[in-house]
Every structure is written in structure tokens, then in C-alpha cells.
Design a protein around this ligand. Structure first.
Ligand SMILES: Cc1cc2nc3c(=O)[nH]c(=O)nc-3n(C[C@H](O)[C@H](O)[C@H](O)COP(=O)(O)OP(=O)(O)OC[C@H]3O[C@@H](n4cnc5c(N)ncnc54)[C@H](O)[C@@H]3O)c2cc1C
Length: 297
């Protein structure tokens, strides 16, 4: 019988998979790292790995692969943790993998974006088990009923990886992939402290997340985990504000599901204005602090 194991790397991620599970049409269990999620998600069983901090990806993959027996599909929302761990799970299980699913055509056929999101490919996977990641923004979360039993797993957390340091900037801001508002900055932000003041300031005033282009990340202006785009995070907020961002294909691939895009650029011919719903031709060092002031007032 076909069955899905939904993997959630935190309790807040668990509900994101319910729409995917419904589209797939299989009964499902949830394997959740961290705290137990709501028991009302429609899963037959919720397995919890009760930890306060995720171990390195080799340990996570081993734990997930160790739970694979009896499942025809193992899936998680596309995220940095998923990129790190789910490919390893497929490796450990010698399983087929399909990433970034945006539509389930049938239990063996999936649509996924390729060529920086400009083409949708339909892929057929006949192998079992299948390891998949899906874009949560493409699957509506639906209300489910039921009260799933919760089982706490005892697992081996040892890893061959030694974590030398761990840094996270952005404090208490919402997770980029799930934020309703994202304020992003590009190369002109100069340095990390200017980025934090200008971009972080507006993000905080709006209760949103801060994001960045790869150029900003590569220049040390913004932390790696803030990169939005083809090789960064895919976002789908209600409001995306792009300040000092040219609008490269690779950046736009990560933001095209945003409901409203506002671009602030001093060059009226910048490509981003072709995609933006609203455009402000201005110096971001004037416009963004002014917006922050207006939001706060
Ligand atoms: C394989 C590959 C993958 C990539 N993946 C990604 C990805 O995931 N995400 C990503 O973002 N990029 C990615 N890139 C890089 C991408 O091609 C661009 O180089 C990058 O997005 C440009 O970043 P930017 O817009 O910050 O910089 P720029 O292209 O330098 O643009 C800066 C913009 O700021 C404007 N500006 C300058 N000063 C001001 C000011 N004071 N006020 C207002 N506007 C101002 C300029 O007019 C310009 O439009 C990838 C590239 C490759 C080859």
C-alpha cells in the first residue's frame, strides 16, 4: 500500500506538508524534529525526534532513512535543511529523488521548475521509494481533522561532522520561506551594518523577514542564509520589497510567486521594474528609511 512519510525539520514546518499529502492522496505519517506539532494535521502517526538543535545533516539523514521502512514516498518542504538532508536520505536508501515539486500530476508524475523557473518540467518517477521535496507555496494548507497519536523516537544523534561554529543573523525575524513580508537588499547596501540598519529596519517595522541577493551575500553584506533566488531560498510572501536589486533572472526565480513586488532602484531602466507591481525610482538610502518612518508613524 502507498504511504507517505512527511519530514518536518521543526514543528512549524509540519503543517506545510498537509497540502502536498492531500495532492498525493496517500495516507501519511509525520516525522518531526524538535517539538511535537499539532496533533490535528490528519496524520496517522506523528513521530517526534525531541531535540532542541538539529544535528548535522549526516545524522538527520540516517535518522530519516532509518524510518523509511513501509513508506513509498518520503517528502519534506523545500528548505536549506531539506537540501542538506533529503539528498543524503536518497543516497542512503539508493532511492530516486525529485526536488521542488510544484504540482502533483499523479503519484508518479510531478511538475517542477527548471531553467531558473522559466520552464516547468513534468517528470515521471517509477522507482520506489521516492524521496521528494515540494514548494509549500504551491500547495494550499487544508484543514484536517483527527487526533494523531504521537510517538517519541529514541535516536542516535552521533555525526561524523564536527560543527566548528554556528552563526545566525536576523534574530527573531520570521523564516524567509514562510514570511508574509520580505524586504531584500542588493549589492549597493555596502556592508553588514548598513544592510542591518536599512533593510533590517524596514523588515522589523513591517514584521517581516530580511533577504538579500547573491551579490550582497558574496560581498559579505548579508548572511548566506538570507540569499533569495535560484541558488538561495524561494519565497512567496504577500509583499516583496526589493531595494537596490537589478532583477537578474536568478534572483527573480526565487521571488516570482510573491503576490506584490515593490522595487526601489535609482535606475529607471533596471530590469526589476519589468516584474514589479509598484516601482519607486529613488536612492534606496532615502526611500527605505522614509518608508520605515512612515510605517512606524
Ligand atoms: C549560477 C548562478 C546562480 C545565481 N543565483 C543567484 C541567486 O540565487 N540569487 C541572486 O540574487 N543572484 C544569483 N545569481 C547572481 C545574479 O546573476 C546577479 O549577479 C545578482 O542577483 C545581482 O545582485 P544585485 O541585484 O544585488 O546587484 P547588481 O546587479 O549590481 O544590481 C544593483 C542594483 O542596484 C541599483 N542601485 C545602485 N545603487 C543604488 C541606490 N543607492 N539606490 C537604489 N538603487 C541602487 C543599481 O541600479 C542596480 O540595478 C546567480 C548567478 C549565477 C551565475
Amino acid at each position: 500500500m502507498s504511504k507517505l512519510l512527511l519530514v518536518a525539520f521543526s514543528a512549524s514546518e509540519a503543517p506545510l506538508g498537509v497540502g502536498f499529502a492531500k495532492a498525493l492522496g496517500f495516507p501519511f505519517d509525520i516525522l518531526c524534529f524538535g517539538e511535537a506539532p499539532s496533533a490535528d494535521l490528519g496524520a496517522e502517526l506523528i513521530k517526534v525526534v525531541a531535540i532542541t538543535e538539529l544535528p548535522p545533516a549526516d545524522a538527520i539523514a540516517r535518522i530519516i532513512a532509518g524510518q523509511a521502512n513501509g513508506y513509498t514516498t518520503l517528502a519534506s518542504a523545500s528548505s536549506m535543511h531539506a537540501k542538506d538532508a533529503m539528498a543524503r536520505v536518497a543516497g542512503v536508501l539508493d532511492a530516486a529523488m525529485v526536488t521542488d515539486v510544484v504540482e502533483v500530476v499523479s503519484p508518479t508524475e510531478f511538475k517542477r521548475p527548471i531553467v531558473a523557473g522559466s520552464v516547468l518540467a513534468t517528470v515521471e518517477v517509477l522507482a520506489s521509494p521516492l524521496v521528494a521535496t515540494f514548494r509549500p507555496s504551491a500547495f494550499r494548507s487544508t484543514n484536517r481533522s483527527g487526533n494523531s497519536p504521537v510517538e517519541t523516537l529514541t535516536v542516535d544523534l552521533t555525526s561524523k561532522v564536527e560543527r566548528i561554529s554556528h552563526s545566525k543573523r536576523g534574530g527573531a525575524r520570521p523564516d524567509l520561506s514562510q514570511a508574509r513580508v520580505v524586504v531584500s537588499g542588493g549589492r549597493p547596501l555596502k556592508d553588514a551594518s548598513t544592510f542591518e540598519t536599512i533593510i533590517g529596519g524596514l523588515a522589523d517595522a513591517l514584521g517581516g523577514a530580511a533577504g538579500a541577493t547573491r551579490a550582497a551575500v558574496d560581498s559579505g553584506i548579508a548572511a548566506n542564509e538570507l540569499q533569495v533566488g535560484q541558488t538561495g531560498k524561494i519565497v512567496a510572501p504577500n509583499l516583496y520589497i526589493a531595494a537596490g536589486i537589478s532583477g537578474s533572472t536568478q534572483h527573480m526565480a526565487g521571488i516570482k510567486d510573491s503576490k506584490i513586488i515593490v522595487a526601489i532602484n535609482k535606475d529607471a531602466d533596471a530590469p526589476i521594474f519589468e516584474f514589479a507591481d509598484y516601482g519607486i525610482v529613488a536612492d534606496l538610502f532615502d526611500a527605505v528609511p522614509e518608508l520605515t518612518r512612515l510605517v512606524k508613524s
